[in-house]
Design a protein around this ligand. Sequence first.
Ligand SMILES: NC(=O)C1=CN([C@@H]2O[C@H](COP(=O)(O)OP(=O)(O)OC[C@H]3O[C@@H](n4cnc5c(N)ncnc54)[C@H](OP(=O)(O)O)[C@@H]3O)[C@@H](O)[C@H]2O)C=CC1
Ligand SMILES: CC(=O)N[C@@H](CCC(=O)OP(=O)(O)O)C(=O)O
Length: 348
Amino acid sequence: MFVSIVGATGYGGLELIRILNNHPQFKIKSLHTSSQFGRSLHEENAHLMHMKDKLEKIDPEAIAKHSDIVFLATPSGVSSRLISEFSDLDIKVIDLSGDLRLQTPGEYEYWYKKPAAPKPIIEEAVYGLSEWNAKAIKKSNIVANPGCYPTASLLGLAPLYTEGLAGAASDVVIDAKSGVSGAGKSPSAVTHFSEMNENFKIYKVNQHQHIPEIEQQLGRWSPGMQPIQPITFNTHLVPMTRGIMATMYIKVDRQTSSEELVDLYKTVYEDHPFVRVQPLAQFPSTKQVYGSNFCDVGVAHDERTGKVTVVSVIDNLMKGAAGQAIQNANLLMGLEETAGLWNSPLYP
Ligand SMILES: NC(=O)C1=CN([C@@H]2O[C@H](COP(=O)(O)OP(=O)(O)OC[C@H]3O[C@@H](n4cnc5c(N)ncnc54)[C@H](OP(=O)(O)O)[C@@H]3O)[C@@H](O)[C@H]2O)C=CC1
Ligand SMILES: CC(=O)N[C@@H](CCC(=O)OP(=O)(O)O)C(=O)O
């Protein structure tokens, strides 16, 4: 099966290439750029010196003729324009940006400050949280790959909602931290070395574009699919390259215990190999998932406050972007969900 990547020169695109180079079924057919066509991929990417591929222009018709799947690893605002050109063609699309995730165009325009994609395409796109939406993903033509922070947060919170411990009225606080590769390849005043090194920054306070994405999915899990009470969600930059940790606090609707919660999480995720639930009183760190598609989750109940603490970690470029995109591609094409992704994390 053949695949193409638009935005192949960015961090998400390069991570797709890394996975695809070891995938048993998918072969890279073409790599596309908006600014570097004709150049070789390795010219600016010495780690791919062994690859001979040339970067090509973005020509949706040509891509659809030779590939089964196209990954759009492009910034938000780009996919919303490109998607119309691909949607009438015979090719499956997996979009890594936020452009197709929010079901209400007005909400996208409010949070992303850009024009939304056409409504029929947004309605057709399936939210690609692989563990929770596999049935719909398998039948879809367009997958909206979840954001990095929503992936960590939602996989951590899901069992509380689906098992009835939390619902539309629950008060949720998510304190999230990310490595700098989450901001993409372009250098900026916020992310360059002397700003980031030995520093810890909060950013987009109460304004992060992932707030509506998390609320939308929690609403789908709450009884009667009611809109949920607004969440508190804040993000921090940490001086490391990869990794996200979401630490979440939620008051649950009934008496429980840490033992019960760990058992419940283990049961919910027992058939989902990429979600690993920590034993009682153990909590994950980002390094234990580095370079892998795992999401590791620890959970505890605080008897004093009645609140549950959930800690969820992922590699933002893997489970938070390219890894989950390949997991969704596997589902789309009827392959083993883990194909090409069953590598252990890089350690130490
Ligand atoms: N980094 C992360 O951890 C995560 C990223 N995402 C999302 O994935 C997408 C890609 O992110 P990331 O790889 O980090 O970003 P980068 O900035 O590293 O790369 C984006 C790529 O898009 C291409 N591009 C830029 N403008 C255009 C355009 N007008 N038309 C076509 N292509 C264009 C660029 O390549 P060129 O100039 O060669 O065309 C660039 O290499 C984004 O939407 C991001 O929000 C989602 C989850 C996690
Ligand atoms: C560290 C960092 O800057 N991270 C980015 C996440 C980018 C991303 O994943 O954006 P979309 O999901 O909206 O495509 C941010 O917080 O905006």
